[in-house]
Design a protein around this ligand. Sequence first.
Ligand SMILES: Nc1ncnc2c1ncn2[C@@H]1O[C@H](COP(=O)(O)OP(=O)(O)O)[C@@H](O)[C@H]1O
Ligand SMILES: [Mg+2]
Length: 192
Amino acid sequence: MVMAGKINKQIVAALQSQGIATIGLSGLDAALLKAERKKRLIIVDERGRKKVIDGGYTGKINEVNVNLLNFLIEKGYVPVVTPIVLSQEFEPLNVDGDRTAAVIAAALKADRLILLTDVEGLLLKGKLVPKMTAAEAEDALSSIGKGMSTKVHAALEALKQGVKEVLITSGTRPQPISSALKHEAGTVITSE
Ligand SMILES: Nc1ncnc2c1ncn2[C@@H]1O[C@H](COP(=O)(O)OP(=O)(O)O)[C@@H](O)[C@H]1O
Ligand SMILES: [Mg+2]
């Protein structure tokens, strides 16, 4: 309720205040995102041991209603999608936002995916990595902490499915999207 109701509508109103025609959706609306419920989840506990727990109400997206998104985009609307998705049993499931963005980017055959965060980009040994390939990112995964590692996994997924470039950058700096597109900030990950 918080994500689909409060936060989604706050983002819609904020974009609207900037003159951007925006439509807020969750993955439930028009069955925009269909998913399979996860039976089990593997987690790492506080002692670093792997544990298997019940999947609860989490899912893995297996279908994107691309027609709806393309229709809205063609009509000039910017869709703002909350990562609550529809299970095969018609229950709402939770999916990570970065993973959802990667799946949507791939389904739309997007050229670029931008993931915004609260740090400059991917940091290794405390320093910003301005550019890396998917292979380099994969090698670095074990030394990347929680939060950012999900973003890197999402980036690798998107690149594997044909997205040309993934940008990870801070959403708290001025002009975050245009500076990322110009490669003036953040981390750029490309397939080669
Ligand atoms: N190597 C790393 N580089 C950058 N951020 C990292 C790294 N390892 C862990 N992090 C954490 O990942 C966070 C960014 O992930 P994000 O998805 O935006 O936040 P969260 O999932 O915690 O809400 C950063 O705030 C930082 O604390
Ligand atoms: Mg996160």
